[in-house]
Write a protein that binds this ligand. Structure first.
Ligand code: XUL
Ligand code: CO
Length: 436
């Protein structure tokens, strides 16, 4: 078999003192942390689109990256080579999962029937490679946003013909995800939003989006697909306003349309920051509402302010994210998918490895730090103390709704001003630094 990444044999754990840039310093897959191995906690996935199909192009210039698997003239031969290269990469890096869009793995043909035949061929190859390597599919998804037919949206398109096309694509993508044993299926509403309200019927678009998701739920049942469905919130890009703006928005939408029992969220760090939230805010919102599903692990750049999809390296982010994930009981079907791409100037194969190794180490450190926070209960104790008034007889009575306005007023008339307490933010931030 042709080797596409000959520069690297197998990335190994060498410990924090290693100076080898192609070794893990912190991610030791078999090391136990709070009763589970690091691999079981972190469930790392490589994404197909950025890692193998992203070749450095941006709005201002063409591809900068040349990959050896991309050299065949025939598009299907290219797709097959890319699949082989991908599994070589997954194996050398040592991740357990991968994620894909339908259109990443097989190029579109002239008709849907031909396109689906191409997909079947590639999926058979991927299935064989999964068997050979032990790799698993974390989730699949549909690209219903790149093709010009979807310029005005998929489910929210003003034209029902396009709605039907999107449905047909999702149908097939769910079927191949099932075929690959996918543990989940993601809906990212690529162009499910609007550029101007002057040409938009918002009510209809929201109803149609919900209908598309309901039809997907029905089809899932029909084919016996057991994976978890996720919605991935994002506030903008490519449209000015995306309907799945943030976790709060998705939660309200899912409740309104009775879809909540069928969906969890896939939280992407850079989407959180685009919505003017922190990554851990979005995770916490999901955790407290029981909709924390999976994570697209990346980061943005606050100075650039667009969806730069950089590899996560910030230990504050990874520690706080893992803290919330551990508090919520850890991943079940979800995991950490690196929805991130190397920079336009990072043109070497080695850069792909450095990027993933750094990100995996950053989350491994985050996991270790989070487990220490869990064990010491340092923040849990501080939070409990801050709310301890609610554990008194009076607090319990108020929380249970047993004190109406008149009784609350009588309480104040008798007791007067409350005693003020410090929020201790600076101290808590200092304590977090000690753990990091
Ligand atoms: C786009 C994005 C997508 C989804 C899958 O910003 O994050 O790659 O994760 O369609
Ligand atoms: Co994403």
């Amino acid at each position: 078999m042709r080797e596409f990444f000959p520069e690297v044999k197998k990335v190994k754990y060498e410990g924090p003192d290693s100076k080898n840039p192609l070794a893990f310093k912190h991610y030791n897959p078999k090391q136990k942390v709070m009763g589970k191995t690091m691999a079981e906690h972190l469930r790392f996935a490589v994404c197909y689109w950025h890692t193998f199909k992203g070749l450095g192009a941006d709005q201002f210039g063409a591809n900068t990256i040349v990959r050896s698997y991309d050299d065949a003239a025939d598009p299907m031969e290219r797709a097959e080579q890319t699949m082989h290269a991908a599994f070589e990469f997954f194996t050398k890096l040592g991740v357990d999962f991968w994620c894909f869009h339908d259109r990443d793995i097989a190029p579109e043909a002239d008709t849907l029937a031909e396109t689906n035949k191409r997909l079947d061929k590639i999926v058979a190859l991927a299935k064989k490679l999964q068997r050979d390597t032990g790799l698993k599919c974390l989730w699949g998804t549909t690209n219903a946003f790149s093709h010009p037919r979807f310029m005005a949206g998929a489910g929210t398109n003003p034209n029902p013909h396009v709605f039907a096309y999107a449905a047909s694509q999702i149908k097939k993508a769910m079927e191949i995800t099932k075929e690959l044993g996918g543990q989940g299926y993601v809906f990212w509403g690529g162009r499910e939003g609007y550029d101007t309200l002057l040409n938009t019927d918002m009510k209809r678009e929201l109803d149609h989006l919900a209908l598309l998701l309901q039809l997907a739920v029905d089809h899932k049942k029909k084919i016996g697909f057991k994976g978890q469905l996720y919605i991935e919130p994002k506030p903008k890009e490519p449209t000015k306003h995306q309907y799945d703006f943030d976790a709060g928005n998705c939660f309200a939408f899912l409740q309104k349309y009775g879809l909540l029992p069928h969906f969890k969220l896939n939280i992407e760090a850079n989407h959180a920051t685009l919505a003017a939230h922190t990554f851990h805010h979005e995770l916490e919102f999901c955790a407290v509402n029981g909709i924390l599903g999976s994570v697209d692990a990346n980061r943005g750049d606050l100075l650039l302010g667009w969806d730069t999809d950089q590899f996560p390296t910030d230990l504050y982010d990874t520690s706080l994210a893992m803290y919330i994930i551990l508090k919520a009981g850890g991943f079940t079907t979800g995991g950490l998918n690196f929805d991130a791409h190397v920079r336009r100037q990072s043109i070497d194969n080695l850069d792909l490895f450095y990027a993933h190794i750094g990100a995996m180490d950053a989350f491994a450190r985050g996991l270790k730090i989070a487990s220490k926070l869990m064990r010491s209960k340092v923040f849990e104790k501080a939070v409990n103390k801050r709310y301890s008034g609610w554990d008194t007889d009076f607090g319990k009575k108020v929380a249970a709704g047993k004190m109406d306005f008149t009784k609350l007023e009588a309480y104040i008339l008798e007791k007067g001003e409350p005693k003020l307490q410090s929020g201790r933010q600076e101290l808590l931030e200092n304590i977090l630094n000690e753990y990091i």
